[in-house]
Design a protein around this ligand. Sequence first.
Ligand SMILES: C[S@@+](CC[C@H](N)C(=O)[O-])C[C@H]1O[C@@H](n2cnc3c(N)ncnc32)[C@H](O)[C@@H]1O
Length: 208
Amino acid sequence: MGRSKSSNQWLQEHFNDEFVKQAKMQGFRSRAVFKLQEIQKKDNLIRPGMNVVDLGAAPGAWLQYVKRLLKGQGRIVGLDILPIEAIEGVHCVQGDFREEAVMAELSRVLENIPVHVVLSDMAPNLTGNKAIDQPQSIYLAELALEMAATVLSADGCFVVKVFQGEGFDAYKKSVSAVFSKVLIRKPKASRPRSKEVYILGKGFKNDN
Ligand SMILES: C[S@@+](CC[C@H](N)C(=O)[O-])C[C@H]1O[C@@H](n2cnc3c(N)ncnc32)[C@H](O)[C@@H]1O
């Protein structure tokens, strides 16, 4: 069966993409690494000795990058509905984050260790219908925030991908309620036509 015009266009764009080429050359599993790298260079969130949780981690480029940043000091736990090819020293949980049992498994793996950073690059499977995609993006971001607020230690950080659109401002407000500082980042590797941005919460206000 021949490829559709739009999938041919996607492939063309993908192979001409500088970020795709650079990711391959540097041994990263996806171009997504450059989004986190740009945020990290600007905001310096992740340092050796920290424990980091990465939600929506497949195929694992952010995990690979975090591992390089931690230099063997600190723990990394990744979660995705898809399988993640093993990375030495990284613990991966497979499951749908919307399921309570999966969240419970993640909490079990974390064994009450202090978590310093929660990352979420989770995105719903896009249908192209804004009325479906937008609330799904906000819902995943809400679950990620809930998880972050449960596991983060005082002063911890949160990075979450959210689509701009309905519900965005209210969501940003809910992040502001639990973090001292909230910033919006749109890294260069994030395609300009994409509605995605990253909300960064710094200084978790842990009231416990
Ligand atoms: C853009 S990709 C992440 C790329 C990743 N940051 C990397 O560097 O390789 C988004 C991921 O979110 C995952 N995802 C979406 N919904 C999910 C859910 N409900 N539970 C777990 N993972 C989910 C997808 O399977 C997909 O792998």
